[in-house]
Ligand binder design. Structure first.
Ligand SMILES: Nc1nc2c(ncn2[C@@H]2O[C@H](COP(=O)(O)OP(=O)(O)OP(=O)(O)O)[C@@H](O)[C@H]2O)c(=O)[nH]1
Ligand SMILES: [Mg+2]
Length: 254
């Protein structure tokens, strides 16, 4: 991955301002500390973009925004509904603080967080190519978003490290059937809902979760969703795959 690291460093060097596009549903897990460290070292202006905010309740978004705003100006956006894209354009102009010439904006982040979609949202039309399959953008692409803003669209940083399978799962980098430990990933999704918005999970799966741990909650969801083995016990892997699929399709709104 040397070439990838070089690409990130090169984008940071060339750009006037950097965006880190993260998934609003798992903001902490989809931030990349290495990228943030490199950006901090460059001392260049930096904006955190909480994308996919159509999949998160307003209350949670506001909490996340006020927390992350202590690190950098934070804007929440839905590239799907175009919510927040005008605000982001405005924030880029304000944070960059450059007058009289074009502003080059580097867009960084994990695969599938919606880096290209965010650029299209700001550009107001489909200029950067997007896909539900991660690893879609290859090489760095220059996209003119008009009115003095130019973007450098980059491929996603492939998640490596101890948490990689979980991140690959929540970002849809790996589909549910290719995840080695789907139960572990689904339990983390359940934990997040139980901490932030239990009712949303309960009403989606028609269950009531009262004090169970996340594995028992998974079994409950499995039973209700008819993910059963021959003898009638819950098939925990099938239940987990179902939850991850619902998550990856954006059906579960936290
Ligand atoms: N619900 C929802 N889906 C989104 C949003 N933004 C992007 N997506 C979806 O997320 C997937 C990835 O979007 P891309 O813009 O291609 O993501 P990317 O970060 O450029 O991906 P790579 O280039 O592969 O790293 C696509 O299926 C988009 O439709 C959003 O705001 N809300
Ligand atoms: Mg892309």
């Amino acid at each position: 991955m040397v070439s990838y690291q070089m690409m990130v460093k090169d984008v940071i060097k060339k750009a006037d301002i950097l965006l880190e596009v993260i998934d609003a549903r798992f903001p902490d897990e989809t931030r990349n500390s290495e990228v943030e460290r490199d950006v901090a070292r460059s001392k260049k202006p930096f904006i955190i973009v909480l994308n996919k905010c159509d999949l998160v309740s307003k209350e949670i978004l506001e909490k996340t925004k006020s927390r992350l705003s202590k690190i950098a100006p934070t804007v929440f956006v839905s590239s799907k509904t175009r919510f927040g894209t005008t605000m982001l354009r405005h924030q880029i102009l304000v944070t960059a603080g450059i007058k009289g010439r074009d502003i080059l904006v580097g867009s960084l982040g994990y695969p599938n967080t919606g880096k290209s979609s965010v650029i299209n949202g700001v550009a107001g039309r489909h200029k950067a190519s997007t896909s539900s399959i991660s690893g879609h953008t290859r090489g760095v692409q220059l996209v003119n978003a008009g009115s003095r803003i130019l973007f450098l669209d980059t491929p996603g940083i492939i998640p490596f490290g101890e948490n990689d399978e979980f991140i690959q799962g929540i970002l849809s980098v790996k589909d549910a059937t290719h995840i080695k430990d789907p139960v572990g990933v689904a339990m983390k999704i359940i934990e997040r809902f139980c901490a932030e918005n239990k009712t949303a999970l309960e009403s989606f799966y028609h269950v009531t979760i009262e004090g169970q741990d996340s594995y028992d909650a998974l079994l409950l969801i499995g039973r209700e969703s008819n993910c059963l083995k021959k003898k009638g016990e819950v098939d925990d892997t099938r239940a987990a795959v179902r939850i991850i699929n619902d998550w990856q399709k954006g059906l579960l709104v936290i």
